[in-house]
Design a protein around this ligand. Structure first.
Ligand SMILES: NC(=O)c1ccc[n+]([C@@H]2O[C@H](COP(=O)([O-])OP(=O)(O)OC[C@H]3O[C@@H](n4cnc5c(N)ncnc54)[C@H](OP(=O)(O)O)[C@@H]3O)[C@@H](O)[C@H]2O)c1
Length: 333
């Protein structure tokens, strides 16, 4: 059994714990919270026993194999770095780090701890329907680009409108639409088409300088990819990938509920599988495979790592094109 600890006591951590247990590979042994009371309250929502509540990273990183980190984005770097230095594998929520400087520092520390594995929890690319999309891309003649969409009104936007500063909608915590929901379509674009040769981001800014929604353009040699995302409105547009006459249509690029192939005559074929109730099961299983057999799964691991690095760079390039600066960019490492 892989012994794991968690950082973050919000709903996403609960979902990951449930996914981890469904794989049958993991056992939760520690919960980190800034306060014991919140840690206890979170534990009471879970159906697990024998879990320690800890309030320091040094207590968390003793006697566990892997940590799942779901704190506000700005904390991912430091919490991951200390884990790696402690010899603990890291599953960190997207986005891994705030910028490429932090990612390079993670790479440097990983080189000193070659036994440690570092995973970005980009759940959608581990799902069977994403693999189907990758396979079906081969049937598209002369790729013409794509439109990828993930825009969902956030309950935290209500808080923002009420004058509050929710973490995810501030630059202080490396938040904003691009570094939150935008990560999913950007990940999909890079996993499917590779790193773009140039990018441009046109955001709608909040009064605090973070982006509430926006449009990103990814430029490739033979086509462009348009990406729409945001937290201040709902979109029901599907995502589409274009061949000359064929089209792949995906109901939602982060959730992947349905995947439809339209041939050159417009005949449609629903090629997607029914998705699991818990969308994190496949990533939890993939990461367990690597932890249990790092040599046998080295190629897969390296591909995910390189993808995470390219996504991190592209997010930063997009953000830079819109002059959005995070406090994390001004830190010295
Ligand atoms: N994969 C997915 O589907 C998915 C979905 C949602 C979120 N996420 C990712 O999960 C991460 C967490 O997102 P979230 O919306 O859950 O964040 P959040 O609610 O702002 O914070 C998560 C946890 O971090 C701790 N925390 C909150 N504010 C903090 C602060 N100022 N300093 C230190 N710790 C603080 C809290 O735990 P304690 O009070 O117990 O310390 C809280 O439960 C993000 O990286 C996000 O991108 C992923």
């Amino acid at each position: 059994m892989i012994k794991f600890g968690v950082i973050g006591t919000n709903w996403i951590t609960k979902m990951f714990i449930e996914a981890a247990y469904k794989t049958g590979e993991y056992e939760l042994t520690k919960i980190y919270s800034r306060t014991e009371a919140r840690g206890e309250a979170f534990l009471n929502t879970l159906a697990v026993d024998d879990v320690d509540i800890v309030t320091t990273l040094s207590d968390l990183y003793t006697n566990i194999d892997v940590v799942y980190i779901a704190s506000p984005n700005a904390f991912h770097f430091e919490q991951s770095k200390v884990a790696i230095e402690s010899g603990v594998h890291v599953i960190v929520e997207k986005p891994t780090t705030s910028n490429p400087t932090e990612f390079s520092e993670i790479e440097r520390v990983l080189a000193q701890h070659p036994e440690v594995r570092y995973f970005e929890a980009a759940r959608h690319i581990h799902q069977p329907n994403f693999k189907l999309i990758q396979q079906t891309m081969g049937e598209l003649t002369q790729l013409q680009g794509a439109t990828l969409v993930y825009q969902k009104y956030s309950s935290r936007y209500d808080a923002y409108l009420a004058g509050e500063e929710p973490n995810v909608l501030t630059r202080t915590y490396s938040g904003g639409a691009l570094y939150d929901l935008g990560v999913y379509p950007i990940y999909a674009a890079i996993a499917l088409f590779g790193a773009p040769r140039a990018v441009q981001y046109l955001p709608t800014l909040l009064t605090n300088g973070a982006d509430g929604k926006g449009t990103a353009n990814l430029f490739y040699d033979d086509f462009n990819v348009t990406v729409l995302f945001g937290k201040s409105a709902n979109s029901y547009l599907p995502s589409e990938i274009y061949g000359l006459k064929e089209t792949l249509s995906i109901s939602n690029i982060a959730e992947l509920e349905t995947v439809t192939y339209y041939d050159g005559d417009g005949q449609q074929d629903n090629i997607g599988q029914v998705i699991d109730d818990n969308p994190m099961i496949h990533e939890a299983q993939d990461f367990a495979d690597v932890i249990n057999d790092p040599v046998g799964n080295h190629v897969r691991y390296s591909q995910w790592f390189q993808l995470a690095k390219q996504v991190n760079q592209t997010l930063f390039d997009l953000r830079s094109s819109a002059n959005i600066v995070f406090p994390a960019d001004q830190k010295e490492y």
